[in-house]
Ligand binder design. Structure first.
Ligand SMILES: Cc1cc2nc3c(=O)[nH]c(=O)nc-3n(C[C@H](O)[C@H](O)[C@H](O)COP(=O)(O)OP(=O)(O)OC[C@H]3O[C@@H](n4cnc5c(N)ncnc54)[C@H](O)[C@@H]3O)c2cc1C
Length: 411
């Protein structure tokens, strides 16, 4: 029988987990991975945490070593960019020629949103997505004693601020919203992060608009606000979100709507073409509509799941979104549906001011999201509560003396 070939476009965690899972689930035919990056597929969280902070070597980013790809006969074509796909001919055009496929996985991830005003191209202006980006930023931050201005008070902006402070720089965070992370965790928890950073000496400024980045010659000098004020800067880090890399899919006529649209089994609108990870907008059976998730755990889980589908299994992907962050001595995990948590009732178990608590978001008495801050080994319980859909007693939920596994469980 003719051997089949699966081609994966992408060099992130989704691609790595997809090929690993294909081999684990019995796909023995050809696998080729096309990645424009010059290294093996890797994951990004350390780029704004341990690697940026200098505590982890670059090797921590690789979920699978080079040996694994050799031993499992996976052909990784590094430094090769896919330039077009033709779903009717089942081919991928790359800058090194054409590749035929039987099934194609698009795991092209996302790209950092660039600052669109004047000055974005000045020396000293950084974005953070790739390992080389992180290495460049680390080299600059490590000098210490510099004025670092971070545009954006989302996860990456705050993690960079923490690393920059740890290297002894003066750091200002400029955010557009009323508190950092308001869209992700709401006002109270976002306020907690602002306080954390202020205590570490970061100047956190909210509700500011940035109109330009100013330079002296080709080098950055400061950031100009909508009010005309200039915030002096030796280094600017732009952390204002990311956009999904849908170019290949859109040019080939696949349905694209905030990412590549797929069903719950990662099938796109083109026969034989699948999408997963950051780039995919996947139908979620629990919510009854599509969800695009830009988080590590989604790359991990959807990569594994799509690998099983590509190996011939039938499944529907129904993971609860999960993410985590580490900043200074604060670690937290969040599970749940952010869109349902927006405007929901907040119940806190533990001490929010001391930053040791579990926060729950309740809608009609049911837990739709939960976040543990410097409290560990509760995430499975948080996920269980969300999945159960049980109406819970908010007083018991807030009481650390009532074990979480007694809440929402059948009497
Ligand atoms: C600095 C940083 C820190 C993060 N920290 C966290 C965290 O703490 N917690 C968390 O939950 N999430 C975090 N994330 C988000 C998480 O890393 C992403 O959700 C994850 O990387 C998505 O994986 P992916 O494989 O889908 O996409 P990506 O990691 O974006 O990988 C896509 C790959 O495809 C390649 N590619 C794209 N187009 C082509 C093409 N045409 N041809 C060939 N190759 C192509 C890209 O170069 C890239 O290698 C962080 C992200 C960043 C950038």
């Amino acid at each position: 029988m003719a051997r089949e070939r699966v081609v994966v476009v992408g060099g992130g965690l989704t691609a790595a987990r997809a090929v690993e899972s294909m081999r684990e689930h019995g796909f023995d035919d050809e696998i080729a991975v096309v990645t424009e990056e010059r290294r093996l597929p890797y994951e990004r969280p350390p780029l704004s945490k341990g690697y940026l902070a200098g505590s982890d070597p670059s090797s921590v980013v690789y979920p699978l070593p080079a040996r694994w790809y050799r031993e499992h006969d996976v052909d990784v074509r590094r430094g090769v960019r896919a330039t077009a796909i033709d779903p009717s001919a089942r081919t991928v055009a790359t800058d090194e020629g054409e590749l035929a496929y039987d099934r194609l996985l698009l795991a092209t991830g996302s790209s950092p949103r660039r600052f669109e005003g004047p000055g974005a191209g000045l020396r000293g202006v950084h974005v953070l997505r790739s390992l080389p980006d992180s290495t460049r930023l680390r080299t600059a931050l490590r000098e210490g004693d510099r004025r670092v201005v971070v545009l954006g008070s989302g996860w990456i902006g705050l993690e960079v601020a923490a690393a920059a402070r740890d290297y002894g720089n003066a750091v200002t965070v400029l955010g557009r919203s009323e508190v950092p992370l308001v869209g992700a965790v709401g006002r109270e928890l976002g306020g907690m992060f602002a306080e954390l950073h202020r205590e570490h000496g970061v100047e956190v400024r909210n509700e500011v608009a940035v109109s330009a980045i100013e330079g002296v010659g080709r080098r950055v000098r400061g950031v100009v606000l909508g009010t005309g004020e200039e915030v002096p800067a030796d280094l600017v880090v732009v952390g204002i979100g990311a956009t999904p890399n849908v170019g290949l899919a859109a040019s080939a006529g696949l349905t694209v709507e905030d990412g590549i649209v797929t069903d719950a089994s990662f099938r796109t609108s083109a026969d034989g073409v699948f999408a997963a990870g950051d780039v995919a907008n996947v139908f979620n059976p629990t919510l009854g509509h599509r969800l695009r998730v830009e988080h590590w755990a989604n790359a991990e889980a959807s990569g594994r799941a799509v690998g099983r589908v590509l190996a011939g299994e039938v499944l529907e992907f129904d993971e609860i979104p999960y993410f985590y962050t580490d900043q200074y001595d604060l670690g937290m995990e969040y599970s749940g549906y952010g869109e349902l948590a927006d405007g929901a009732d907040l119940v806190v178990r533990g001490d929010l001011a001391a930053r040791e608590c579990v926060a729950f978001w309740l809608r009609e008495g049911r837990v739709v999201a939960g976040m543990n801050v410097n409290v560990w080994d509760v995430n499975d319980q948080v996920q269980r509560l969300i999945r159960s859909g049980a109406v819970v007693d908010p007083v018991a939920l807030a009481d650390p003396d009532v074990p979480l596994d007694r809440i929402g469980a059948p009497a």
